[in-house]
Write a new protein. Structure first.
Length: 110
């Protein structure tokens, strides 16, 4: 947090929370509050955070994959296929999802 305050000064504030983990430990967490100036500046801030090792879940995108929390083991995609195979909930929110019965990406031979 000190690196972020030093770099961004008053453009960024922090909302601190303490959360109980599954194993009973209490851990601190912070949600940044950003003075929004432009999409370009927001992207610069996100890039700096990632550069110094700060995880960013970007809520300013329209799909799951672009938010920063999409896992390489595709657990979100597997859950979508299991619980919403027809893609009725939040259509278009997951780029990697193909609804059950969709012919997208299917090679048809005759």
């Amino acid at each position: 947090m000190l690196q972020l305050k030093k770099h961004f000064h008053d453009e960024i504030l922090f909302h601190m929370e303490f959360m109980k983990q599954g194993d009973g430990r209490v851990a601190p967490g912070a949600i940044p509050l950003v003075y929004y100036q432009s999409e370009e500046r927001l992207n610069e801030m996100i890039a700096f955070c990632r550069k110094i090792g700060v995880f960013v879940a970007n809520p300013h995108v329209n799909n799951v994959e672009g938010g920063g929390r999409y896992r390489s083991d595709h657990i979100q995609l597997l859950a979508k296929l299991r619980y919403d195979s027809k893609g009725l909930l939040n259509p278009g929110k997951m780029i990697s999802f193909e609804p059950e019965g969709s012919t997208a990406g299917t090679v048809i031979t005759r």
